[in-house]
Structure formats: C-alpha cells, structure tokens
Design a protein around this ligand. Structure first.
Ligand SMILES: [Zn+2]
Length: 71
C-alpha cells in the first residue's frame, strides 16, 4: 500500500486516488492538500530513500577520491 509522503498515512491505490509524479515515481496522497504541499517542495518529501542513496554514492565517491590523494 502506498504511503502519503507528506503526512505519512497509508493511501489506497486506485484509479481515483490523488497522485503526483516526481522523477518517474508515482506518489499517492490522502488529500489535495497533501498533494499541493508535495508539489510545492517535492524534493523534501520524495525521496528520502533516493536522497539517502545519492548521499551514500557521494560518500563512497568522496572516499575513493580521498584514497587517491597522497597523505
Ligand atoms: Zn496526507
């Protein structure tokens, strides 16, 4: 069951559900209010998981750069 990224409640997925797309992902919302909140600032709601992945990738890239530098 999809989760409303704004308020965190579970949303039933259906053809009449309120949804928005961001970076190829579909997000479901309990209300228009949550959707407009999401649309105003999708990055801060969308993707906790995606952001963490990006941070992790950045970190490992930084470590690799660090290893290449002479001490
Ligand atoms: Zn909501």
């Amino acid at each position: 069951m999809p989760r409303d990224p704004v308020c965190g409640m579970n949303v039933r997925e259906g053809k009449d559900s309120i949804r928005s797309e961001y970076k190829g992902q579909t997000y479901y919302f309990c209300s228009d209010k949550c959707r407009s909140e999401f649309d105003r600032n999708p990055g801060s709601y969308a993707g906790d998981a995606a952001n963490e992945d990006r941070n992790r990738a950045d970190n490992s890239r930084n470590q690799r750069l660090d290893n290449r530098q002479p001490r």
